[in-house]
Design a protein around this ligand. Structure first.
Ligand code: NOJ
Length: 758
């Protein structure tokens, strides 16, 4: 079948034949047309309703009478339920007890694994390893699809520059290029080239859009941003996911240009569908339609009208479309064509998933038994945890540990299990996670290790009261003084102290913003007491966000950032500590010195008064340097790498298809094999609008044995020079460019070239 495309040029309607709609699509359209011809308006509106089945509530209300509603044809999809049994039961009702037997979508938040849990996304992004991230996404889809889930609320690609925002742990950090690579990789691996395969799931891109720019890092807060910043800095990862064919998109809670995303027609229809060509369906976030009331957009009918007319297709939990949709169509406030289009997109998604062929495709007890938590997935969880860790500091090579020396492991996270899988760990069971102590037993044994809890994870009662109702399980069984005294005694008996500290899992994630992102006071007290023993101290951190660690950086000998590393956290941490694996992670987000620097990001503008030492009237703080504590791209290894100067294949890039090659030779100058992530940044020296001081454009990972050198080549193309100008045209402007290559955004070699557009 051929699709007819029509456009108006100079008032004349041009109609042309566009090929490319393949037979499969024609069959799908035929099937959906046929089905929709049989549907009443009530049944169409029912398809737009998404209900939550009982747990993992992330909002103010819970769906009620779900089974009755499914029976009445008032539900298009369910979420927050899984296992073949549970989903089969609901699917049975939809298929056998409704007039048209339309199967349900079955959604779930599979954010960093389904039952086998991988590091939190911020951690995984620090691997800068697309092959690994692809395998993690594939494994997650494999498990979820065996367990009743056919639709997952991932990838989350919000750019974040404010680590106070708890949801930074679900993100890929601050960089549009790195996050775009990850977005693409995840979508491709969740969905592959055929959604109807039993082990693929439909991805849901979120949160569209700009949610990561919530003012003051407070969750659900207002966003206000110029279009030019949106296009250049915040939208690229969403666009990349759309280009990779993501099947669905979730609206964000925030407003954009004064209109909440769920009601924002410019965002959902003009940008997403018209400009980017998105053909899937749009679902709201949890009760986001209802929240339009609080945003001050009108009453129930009005906000539903706004959301539907904006291009929202499916209503998560609010049930406003269900309650008002029919009346809105009858009164003409929403045209039936709008409801038809929304219903059609949802039915198309079900068709693509193969649910009309076999509604039980994703409820497969046999696959669930063999594929969930399989050995290969557990091995991948350990590999991902190892590759996500970032060695922030390592003075005098205190790491790796020598198994012959006495090591005191101190801290509540040494034997703690509850926190290892982090927040949004979906169906993951924290009881199955491997603790650090168990990891040491599995790796080198604990014969030369001592243990003391050191402190309670938190002493702050107010915070504990906020976290415990949500599963934190924080107990203060032993007095802080006793724990501290015991820790100091233990430290004195050892050659090296390893303090395993950080956040509890509930301190980052949704609705977990913090105004102070340092280690809890009682943990710092412990570190101070340990420091006073004079023993070398390694700080092992578990947390879901960048922390402010200025004192720790000055006082500790080594700091290893492990994030919340997942089901195999303990094994991975032990292997890295004892040198069976070498850390290779690089920060995907800047670590500020203190919260006063936020927002702090490497790809900032230069200002008209760049900092100049000794000059009063330049951009600076009186009390701290402008620079972060640990910059974007930073991460050490147990070996060292040297970079030679950049070699350019020429110094002029010409025309639209021109290409230059920039090369460096990287040498492993240390004693161990290691992996380095070689990063390429560009700076456009003069532009029609101001340009960032540096932007990541490419990176490569290289494995080097001691003494080995490798040449790393980067192609520089015109595409990499492009940006959105003040007319929002995507252009490359002729002129001088600087190129930087190095092992972190702050440690680079540089060269330059000229781009001429001829
Ligand atoms: C709210 C969160 O913002 C979103 O990320 C999640 O997918 C939904 N709840 C569904 O659980």
């Amino acid at each position: 079948m051929k699709k007819l495309a029509a456009c108006l040029v100079g008032g004349v309607m041009l109609v042309s034949c566009v090929s490319g709609t393949d037979r499969k699509e024609a069959e799908m359209n035929h099937f959906v047309d046929d089905l929709m011809n049989k549907m009443t308006l009530e049944e169409k509106v029912g398809q737009l309703n998404l209900v939550s089945v009982g747990f993992d509530v992330t909002g103010p209300i819970l769906s009620e009478n779900v089974e009755e509603k499914i029976k009445a044809g008032q539900v298009g999809g369910v979420f927050n339920t899984f296992t073949p049994d549970a989903v089969r039961k609901l699917q049975n009702i939809a298929v056998n007890e409704t007039r048209l037997g339309i199967p349900l979508l079955s959604g779930y938040d599979v954010i960093h694994g389904h039952k086998t849990i991988f590091p939190v996304p911020l951690g995984l992004s620090a691997s800068w390893d697309m092959d690994l991230i692809g395998r993690v996404a594939r494994a997650s889809a494999d498990e979820a699809s065996a367990d009743g889930v056919n639709w997952i609320y991932s990838p989350m690609v919000d750019i974040v520059r404010d680590p106070r925002w708890g949801r930074v742990s679900e993100s890929n950090g601050e960089d549009p290029y790195l996050s775009s690579c990850i977005a693409r990789t995840m979508v491709e691996n969740f969905q592959q080239d055929d959604l109807s395969k039993e082990n693929t799931v439909m991805a849901c891109l979120k949160h569209f859009a700009l949610y990561g720019a919530s003012e003051a890092g407070r969750d659900y807060n207002t966003v206000d941003m110029s279009r030019i910043r949106m296009y250049n800095e915040y939208l690229p990862p969403y666009k990349a996911a759309v280009e990779a064919g993501v099947g669905s998109v979730m609206t964000s809670f925030n407003e954009i240009d004064g209109i909440p995303a769920t009601a924002n027609r410019w965002l959902l229809t003009d940008l997403l569908r018209r400009d980017w060509g998105f053909e899937g369906f749009v679902v709201t976030d949890y009760t986001a339609t209802m929240e339009l009331l609080h945003h001050g957009m009108g009453d129930k009918a009005k906000v539903s009208e706004l959301a539907l007319n904006a291009g929202t297709d499916m209503d998560m939990v609010s049930e406003y479309f269900l309650e008002t949709g029919i009346e809105l169509v009858k009164s003409g406030r929403v045209s039936e064509a709008v409801v038809d289009a929304a219903c059609r997109r949802i039915l198309q998604a079900k068709y693509k998933l193969g649910l009309f062929d076999d509604p039980y495709k994703y409820v497969n007890e046999e696959r669930a038994a063999s594929d969930i938590g399989s050995d290969d997935k557990l091995a991948l969880a350990k590999e991902a945890a190892v590759k996500s860790m970032v060695l922030l500091k390592n003075d005098r090579q205190v790491l790796p540990l020598d198994s012959v020396r006495k090591v005191a492991f101190i801290g509540p996270h040494v034997k703690g299990r509850r926190d290892l899988i982090g927040n949004w760990s979906a169906a993951g069971d924290w009881r199955k996670a491997v603790t650090v102590w168990e990891g040491i037993e599995n790796t080198v044994g604990t014969a030369n290790c001592l243990y003391a809890q050191g402190c309670n994870i938190l002493e702050d009662e107010t915070l504990i009261d906020k976290l415990n109702p949500h599963g934190a399980m924080i107990e203060k069984k032993v007095s802080a003084d006793r724990l501290l005294a015991e820790a100091v005694r233990t430290a004195y008996q050892a050659d090296v102290v390893v303090a395993v500290l950080g956040e509890t899992f509930g301190m980052s994630g949704e609705a977990a913003s913090r105004s102070d992102i340092s280690l809890p006071d009682n943990q710092r007290e412990l570190l101070k007491a340990l420091k006073a023993t004079g023993k070398p101290i390694v700080l092992v951190l578990m947390n879901g966000r960048p922390l402010t660690l200025e004192w720790e950086d000055s006082a500790m000998d080594a700091i290893l950032e492990t994030w919340f590393a997942g089901t195999r956290a303990g094994d991975a941490i032990a292997e890295v500590l004892y040198g069976e694996a070498t850390p290779s992670g690089k920060l995907s987000m800047t670590f500020p010195r203190n919260v006063g620097q936020i927002p702090l990001y490497y790809n900032h503008k230069n200002t008209g008064r760049p900092f100049l030492d000794g000059q009063k009237y330049t951009t600076k703080y009186l009390d701290i340097p402008n620079e972060p504590l640990y910059p974007f791209g930073h991460g050490l290894s147990y070996t060292t790498f040297a970079y030679c100067d950049i070699n350019m294949s020429g110094n002029t890039l010409s025309g639209n298809n021109g290409k230059l090659t920039a090369s460096v030779i990287v040498t492993n100058t240390g004693q161990r094999t290691g992996v380095e992530t070689v990063q390429l940044y560009l700076r456009d020296m003069v532009g029609s609008v101001t340009r960032p001081v540096k932007e990541l454009k490419d990176f490569q990972k290289v494995l080097l044995n001691p003494g080995e050198s490798k040449q790393v080549n980067f192609d520089i193309t015109v595409d990499q020079l492009k940006f959105y100008n003040s007319d929002l045209q995507y252009v490359a402007e002729p002129g001088e460019f600087q190129i930087f290559i190095g092992g972190s955004s702050a440690d680079v070699k540089s060269a330059s070239f000229v781009y001429e557009n001829k």
